[in-house]
Design a binder for this molecule. Structure first.
Ligand code: ZN
Length: 504
């Protein structure tokens, strides 16, 4: 069984992820991306941005600041209620998140409970410190925002943003007007966010500094169930775990279609549509559908702002956990900002000639780092036959698209020419050390989808061999056609076997 520690070790060894400032012992909940990690991360972000912003006519992007006017966090509710409940062992000072520990020990969801109620549960169930069996002291509410002071004298207190969403709401009216957007439309953002987690854990899964990719999708308040794209997604298959199924104690999701989500009134049409295309984004980029499910939140799990919420969960080595969340926030955030800023954030609706406060029908939100971890785990294959790891990342996400290998040193010049030409368009790696088998293995381990070998026939016949990472099949292609063929392979527009002459 693959463990999260295996992945962390692999990531360090290959230059994907390091503990932040490891020479000083690192810092819990903070990580640095290495040479391959930064490429994979950028590929994930670029792919998401292209799919959900650039390729669409109804979504535009922003990039808000990390530190902003603290009133934003007052209005959003984060100053008063973005908190976890901390418990500390009286004997060994071990600290943990109360709900996490209770959930693990009693298999009971205590989200939303106040410290007094938590203390009661701990006492009644005689929960003791998992490290030393000592007793816990009274639980404490602990705000998860990182505080910072702005300005040199009598600094004003603000916070590192705990989510990117609020900057979308505060800029909402300007963006709508500048971009001449008509409802329904979305505003997207990719950026860093910070949460002072009590117990960061599971490598990149729960960290203190992370990056989010979020969209707030606004509709007319009466038209949240009026999605023109339902037909495109209704037959899509998903694994679904409803709130009702969970109340009945069911743990296994059942396969169904997006259509059922809508006809059974589980989700409204815009919400269902965004869930569908988010789910599809993962499977299109190679995530095994068996490892995905859509889970509906129960009423008691819902955050203060949401009227319905779904997670796309992934089956991690440490269990099914949230990969993407999508809440139906209604008018909560805009109403709060109207109240606190005393500004008019309504839009004029041409059709009804009314001023309206738009409704957030859908809010797909996911962590870049968690998504990165998910793609890595799903791609990780310990191939016993080959004797090495094969990282089966989708070619679009692979940090390096091509490995270029001269079979022997005297073919360097020919291989270098190909490398120099190809690297104008693709990230490439030139590797001439060790046996060809050893070079293939190294390429497999970092997920290079295609390796190009220049051999003794190449100078005469003007052709090279391309080897496919996942099948190890090889084809022969003319050097003059290489770039064109390569582009099609990376974009998955052509089957590998059809891209050249298959070598038997
Ligand atoms: Zn203890």
């Amino acid at each position: 069984m693959l463990t999260i520690q295996d992945i962390a070790t692999f990531c360090k060894k290959k230059g994907f992820i390091y503990a932040s400032a490891e020479i000083y012992g690192g810092l819990a909940g903070f990580f640095d991306y290495g040479p391959l990690g930064v490429e994979l991360k950028n590929n994930i972000k670029n792919n998401w941005w292209k799919t959900f912003v650039q390729d669409r006519e109804d979504v535009v992007g922003i990039d808000g600041s990390i530190i902003t006017n603290p009133m934003v966090w007052k209005a959003s509710g984060h100053v008063d209620s973005f908190a976890d409940i901390l418990i500390e062992c009286k004997k060994c000072r071990f600290r943990t998140k109360a709900n996490q520990l209770i959930e693990e020990i009693l298999n009971m969801d205590v989200g939303g409970l106040q410290p007094k109620a938590i203390d009661k549960i701990i006492k009644e169930n005689r929960i003791s410190c998992p490290k030393c069996k000592g007793n816990f002291g009274p639980s404490l509410k602990f705000n998860l925002m990182f505080k910072t002071g702005i300005g040199p004298v009598e600094p004003i207190t603000s916070y590192l943003r705990p989510e990117t969403a609020q900057l979308i709401f505060t800029n909402f009216k300007l963006v709508a007007e500048n971009s001449r957007l008509k409802l329904p439309f979305g505003i997207a953002q990719i950026g860093k966010a910070y949460r002072n987690e009590i117990s960061p854990r599971d490598f990149l899964f729960r960290v203190r500094e992370f990056e989010q990719m979020e969209i707030e999708f606004f509709t007319h308040p009466e038209k949240y169930d009026d999605c023109p794209f339902t037909k495109e997604v209704q037959n899509m298959k998903i694994n679904l775990l409803t709130a009702e199924m969970q109340e009945k104690g069911k743990k296994e999701a059942k396969q169904t279609t997006i259509k059922e989500l809508i006809t059974k009134n589980i989700a409204n049409k815009w919400h269902a549509y965004w869930l569908a295309i988010s789910y599809k984004w993962f499977t299109d980029l190679g995530i095994n559908p068996k490892n995905l499910r859509l889970r509906e939140h129960s009423q008691k799990e819902l955050a203060h702002y949401a009227s319905a919420c779904f997670d796309i969960d992934y089956k991690y080595p440490f269990g099914w956990k949230e990969l993407l969340g999508n809440a139906d926030r209604k008018q909560f955030d805009l109403q709060q900002h109207i109240q606190f800023s005393k500004k008019d954030l309504s839009l004029f609706d041409e059709e009804t000639k009314q001023k309206i406060i738009p409704y957030v029908a859908s809010e797909p939100s996911l962590g870049v780092d968690r998504t990165f971890l998910t793609f890595l785990i799903d791609a990780y294959n310990d191939d016993k036959k080959r004797g090495n790891i094969v990282l089966k990342l989708h070619p679009n996400l692979a940090p390096i698209k091509a490995g270029i290998f001269p079979l022997v040193n005297k073919l360097d010049k020919e291989a270098k020419n190909i490398f120099n030409d190809l690297k104008k368009d693709f990230t490439c790696q030139f590797d001439k050390s060790g046996s060809i088998g050893r070079r293939y293995a190294r390429a497999d381990e970092i997920g290079i989808p295609y390796c190009i070998t220049v051999d003794f026939d190449s100078p005469k016949k003007k052709d090279v061999t391309i080897r496919d990472r996942d099948t190890t099949k090889q084809i022969r292609v003319k050097i003059k056609d290489l770039k064109e063929i390569f582009k099609k392979l990376i974009n998955q527009e052509i089957k590998f076997e059809k891209a050249g002459k298959l070598i038997k």
